[in-house]
Design a protein around this ligand. Structure first.
Ligand code: NA7
Length: 548
């Protein structure tokens, strides 16, 4: 174990060198667990975060209406029955404040806080080949020397905050949803504009519509939405899901999406149209993401299955929207259900029947600028506003890492390499960057098509096991070979190209960021299958990786 030079009283070793076995970037779901696992191995390890406290996604995304769309009883750590049973959720899909409290509960129970540093952004990380260690710098002047660098930065953590010309000239208040203030925002009497109707925009819009003076929603690509049902949980429901801990812990890691449910309705081709409709209808009533992630796998690959389920959802949306103009702007027609992220909604569609809400469709008339007074469209129309909310999404998968100056062997730059082509080995390592481990990174199952806690726990465990393997063999450096990486990328692409997802445009394909190389960012072979592949690599002594 390395000697640790203690940090100064303020918690920051300005100008000093801190020597660690492992450094973790991020204190969200993955970072907390990785810290716990590596500490259990006896490593000197610390986690750093830009935020002022733990939570990751659930620290930053405190916008009105932020909530789960994974069921609370599966968005959990499953490595400890005690930890699982010690927390009681108040409803099926709870809101951000409760989720943030849960993360604090985890930190306290595992006593993690003493090995964390907040308000500290990692700016640069350089691999020193001569000694096989990373030298990491932060915006506080810290210099950290570490054997292993583990990024737990989140897949959706680099918000797209500067989107429109003129944004800085706006005289009102402008927020990005992922940089929401901790103090409540008073919308009463205000003219509020929301740009974006992704999963986030939908949650904001349905929550603030009755709090604002007037709400103007700027919508470009329509979304297939499913109504969420979030029953309250009292002692009976809590006892009931807790009693299922072992069953859930055995099942969830092996399903297609890391949720409790899976594709178990037989093959699409083996069902009559009536049977299909009955199954789809029943699943739709569940009020969850089940229709997307556990109805028929063929919706991802078969144009006909995709169209049938898409039309089912469109019909449900038409019933609610009624008005043909609303239907035209809000109901998708040129891509299939589930090929983008499917948002759950609670009253989102009904919001547009309110007298204080205006819907602006942007498909033919995009936003040209933000002006001092509001939002201007390409046809010259200006919408005067007091508050603008950007629900404009993230530079997914890559953004959190390319915002750090990561330099591997021979001073190669991850940012420059990924600007050409986004490649990883199982989403866990990148060839050319020894001893850099990643969670929530491209080409592993992640936020798209995965219950994040399931995927992140598996990735954190794989990394911890790999480090334990290295220590047991007294080797210091691991690197993914180019051949193994090429093979993984080829496998990933072959699966992706067989689906309809790659035919669409969204953050799934990186197409929401100008110039970003196009590739499905999340592995689509299934969470259970991915786990098996990762486990097989470990069990066979890490073929495709070199050690020294
Ligand atoms: P998303 O899903 O990327 O949604 C962003 C929204 O912002 C979407 O409606 C975009 O329209 C819209 N947007 C982005 N840029 C523009 C411009 N320039 N003009 C108009 N509209 C724009 O992000 P979310 O935060 O909602 O969700 C991200 C993930 O977080 C989500 O999938 C969950 O996994 C949690 P577009 O679709 O590009 O036409």
């Amino acid at each position: 174990m390395s000697d640790v030079i203690p940090l100064t009283e303020s918690g920051h070793a300005t100008g000093a060198t801190l020597s660690l076995d492992a450094m973790i970037i991020g204190t969200g779901v993955a970072g907390l667990y990785e810290l716990h696992l590596l500490r259990q191995q006896g490593l000197s390890v610390m986690a750093f975060d830009t935020a002022s406290d733990v939570g990751g996604t659930w620290y930053w995304n405190r916008y009105p209406g932020a909530r789960f769309d994974s069921e609370s009883y599966i968005y959990q750590y499953l490595f400890s029955e005690d930890l699982y049973k010690g927390w009681s959720w108040s409803e099926k899909f709870p809101g951000q404040p409760e989720i943030e409290r849960w993360m604090h509960y985890v930190v306290d129970r595992l006593d993690l806080r003493k090995d964390m540093r907040f308000d500290t952004t990692v700016t640069t990380a350089r691999f020193d080949e001569a000694i096989g260690r990373w030298r990491v710098e932060t915006d506080r002047g810290d210099v950290i020397d570490t054997r292993y660098l583990i990024t737990c930065c989140g897949m959706l953590s680099a918000p797209l905050t500067s989107v429109f010309p003129g944004q800085d000239t706006f005289e009102g208040t402008l927020f990005h949803t992922a940089r929401w203030p901790k103090t409540p925002v008073d919308f009463s009497g205000k003219r509020v504009g929301v740009i974006g109707i992704g999963a986030t925009g939908i949650q904001v819009i349905q929550t603030i519509a009755d709090q604002v003076g007037h709400l103007t929603v700027f919508a470009r690509t329509p979304q297939y939405t499913l109504p969420m049902k979030s029953p309250a949980y009292g002692a009976v429901e809590q006892d009931s899901y807790k009693a299922r801990f072992r069953e859930l812990a055995e099942r969830i890691p092996h399903t297609f999406s890391g949720f409790e449910y899976d594709f178990e309705n037989g093959a699409w081709a083996d069902r009559t149209p009536e049977e299909r409709h009955a199954i789809i209808d029943e699943i739709w009533r569940d009020g969850s993401l089940k229709l997307w992630l556990a109805s028929f796998a063929e919706i991802f690959t078969d144009e006909e299955a995709s169209e049938v389920v898409s039309e089912f959802v469109r019909a449900k949306m038409r019933e609610r929207l009624k008005d043909p103009r609303l239907c035209e702007i809000l109901i998708p027609s040129d891509y299939g259900f589930g090929t983008h992220r499917v948002p759950l909604e609670r009253g989102f569609l009904d919001v547009f029947h309110r007298p204080n809400v205006t819907l602006i469709g942007l498909r033919d008339t995009p936003i040209s600028a933000i002006t001092p007074k509001g939002i201007e469209l390409a046809d010259g129309t200006e919408h005067a506003l007091d508050v603008i909310i950007l629900a404009t999404g993230f530079d997914a998968g890559t953004g959190a890492l390319t915002r750090i100056n990561i330099r591997g062997r021979d001073d190669r730059s991850l940012k420059e390499e990924w600007a050409q082509d986004i490649r990883t080995t199982m989403g866990l390592q990148v060839h050319g960057y020894p001893n850099l481990f990643m969670t929530g990174a491209p080409l592993a199952p992640s936020a798209a098509l995965c219950n994040m806690t399931t995927c992140l726990q598996q990735q954190a465990e794989w990394i911890s096991d790999c480090i334990a393997h290295m220590r047991s063999r007294d080797v210091q450096v691991i690197e993914a070979t180019k051949a193994a990486q090429d093979e993984w990328v080829e496998h990933h692409d072959a699966l992706a190209e067989a689906t309809l997802v790659t035919k669409t445009h969204s953050w799934y394909m990186g197409s929401n960021v100008a110039g970003k190389p196009r590739r499905l960012l999340s592995y689509i072979g299934g969470v259970g299958t991915y786990r098996q592949k990762c486990t097989a690599v470990a069990e066979h002594g890490y073929p495709g990786f070199t050690f020294r």
